[in-house]
Ligand binder design. Structure first.
Ligand code: KG4
Ligand code: ZN
Length: 339
C-alpha cells in the first residue's frame, strides 16, 4: 500500500488536517489556529473552541485534500485524534473522521495526541527509527519516555503538577504578557538576564526523571508580590529570562540523565515547548558534552498539527489497529503501548 492517510486533529485550539504518505512524507499540512478567538480570555475557552472547530473542519479537510492533490479514492485511511484533549473539541474531529470513513468506506484509526507529538520527529527526520528517548513538552504534558519500537513505550517520568507549557502560560499571564505564553516569554526573555533571579529547580523525591513546575510558578508570583509591596519596579525581561532558564535547565538536565541511565544516545524532543530556542540551545550545549544526539521537529511540527496524527495512523494501520465506527473521544486518554 502507498499508505496515504488523511489526518484530522481538533484536540485543543487548532483545527488541522493533513495528508501524509508512508507515515513520513507530508503532502499537505493545513492548520487553522484559534489563537485570536481565545486571546481576549487569556486562555482556551472550551465551548468556543468546539464551535470554531465545527465551522472550520470541513473547509480545512477539503483544503488538505486539494493541497495534497489527492482524490478520496487514493486514500488508504483516516486517522483522527481521539484524546487526550478537550472532549467537545475532540468530538468534532472524531465525528467528521467517522463520517468520512463511513461514506468513503475507508479504514478509521484513532490516535493518541501525545503519540502524535512523538511521531512529528519521524516527519522531520525520515531516517529516524526507534529506539530513542522522547521528551514530550506541551501545554498539557511533560513526559519523558523510552520509545522502544513503533507503538511500544516505557514511561520514565512525568510532571507531578503543571506541564512545562502550562507554567509558561501561567507565568506569562501574571507578567501581563498575554496568551499564548510560551512564545511571549521567549521573546521578552531575549532582552533579560537569565541569572538575575534564582528561581527554584524542583526535584521530585525518589523519582529522578519526574518533574514539578508549580513551585517555580509560585516563586515567580511571590517575587512579583514582594516587588510590588516594596514599591520596586519589576524587570519583566529579567523575570521572564530567569523563569525560562529554571524550566529549561530542569528539562535538559533530567532528559540527559535519563538518556545516560537508559544507555540511549538519541533524544527526540517534541510538543509546543520544543519550539523554545533557549531549550534548544541548552540541549545543544549540554548534549555535545554527553555525546547524545538531540532532535527536534521544525516549530510548525512542534505545535499541534494533523500530519503527526496521520503518521501514527499509518503505523497503526499497518499493524492492523483500526477503529470501529463507535470510536469515542476520551479527554484523559493515557499513552498506552499497542505495538
Ligand atoms: O503542543 P501544543 O501546541 O499543544 C498541546 O498539546 O498542549 O503546545 C502548546 C504549549 C503552550 O503551553 C505554549 O505556551 C507552549 O506550548 N509553547 C512554547 C513555545 N511555543 C509554544 N513554550 C515555550 N516557548 C515557545 N516558543
Ligand atoms: Zn499538542
Amino acid at each position: 500500500m502507498a499508505g496515504l492517510l488523511l489526518g484530522i486533529e481538533t484536540s485543543c485550539d487548532e483545527t488541522a488536517a493533513a495528508v501524509v504518505a508512508g507515515g513520513r512524507r507530508i503532502l499537505s499540512n493545513i492548520i487553522s489556529s484559534q489563537v485570536e478567538l481565545h486571546q481576549p480570555f487569556g486562555g482556551v475557552v472550551p465551548e468556543l473552541a468546539s464551535r470554531k472547530h465545527l465551522e472550520n473542519i470541513s473547509p480545512i479537510v477539503q483544503e488538505a485534500m486539494k493541497a495534497a492533490g489527492v482524490t478520496w479514492e487514493e486514500l488508504d485511511g483516516i486517522a483522527v485524534t481521539r484524546g487526550p484533549g478537550l472532549v467537545g473539541a475532540l468530538l468534532v474531529g472524531v465525528t467528521v473522521a467517522k463520517a468520512i470513513a463511513f461514506a468513503r468506506r475507508l479504514p478509521l484509526v484513532g490516535v493518541n495526541h501525545l503519540e502524535g507529538h512523538i511521531y512529528s520527529n519521524f516527519l522531520a527526520h525520515p531516517w529516524l527509527e526507534p529506539p530513542f528517548l522522547a521528551l514530550v513538552v506541551s501545554g498539557g504534558h511533560t513526559d519523558l519516555l523510552q520509545v522502544l519500537d513503533y507503538g511500544r513505550y516505557r514511561l520514565l517520568g512525568q510532571t507531578r503538577d503543571d506541564a512545562a507549557g502550562e507554567a509558561f502560560d501561567k507565568v506569562a499571564r501574571v507578567l501581563g504578557l498575554g496568551y499564548p505564553g510560551g512564545p511571549r516569554i521567549e521573546a521578552v526573555a531575549r532582552e533579560g538576564n537569565p541569572e538575575a533571579i534564582a528561581f527554584p529547580r524542583a526535584v521530585v523525591k525518589d523519582a529522578p526523571f519526574a518533574f514539578s513546575f508549580s513551585g517555580v510558578k509560585t516563586a515567580v508570583l511571590n517575587y512579583l508580590n514582594r516587588c510590588r509591596q516594596r514599591g520596586e519596579t519589576i524587570a519583566v525581561a529579567d523575570v521572564a529570562a530567569s523563569f525560562q532558564a529554571a524550566v529549561v535547565e530542569v528539562l535538559v538536565e533530567r532528559t540527559l540523565a535519563a538518556a545516560a541511565a537508559c544507555g540511549v544516545d538519541r533524544v527526540a524532543v517534541c510538543g509546543g515547548v520544543a519550539a523554545n530556542s533557549a531549550l534548544r540551545s541548552l540541549f545543544q550545549a549540554r548534549s555535545a558534552e554527553a555525546g547524545i544526539e538531540v532532535l527536534y521537529p521544525p516549530p510548525v511540527l512542534c505545535t499541534d498539527n494533523a500530519a503527526m496524527i496521520a503518521s501514527v495512523g499509518y503505523y497503526r494501520l499497518q499493524a492492523g489497529h483500526t477503529a470501529s465506527l463507535d470510536l469515542n473521544a476520551v479527554a484523559s486518554l493515557p499513552l498506552a503501548s499497542w505495538g
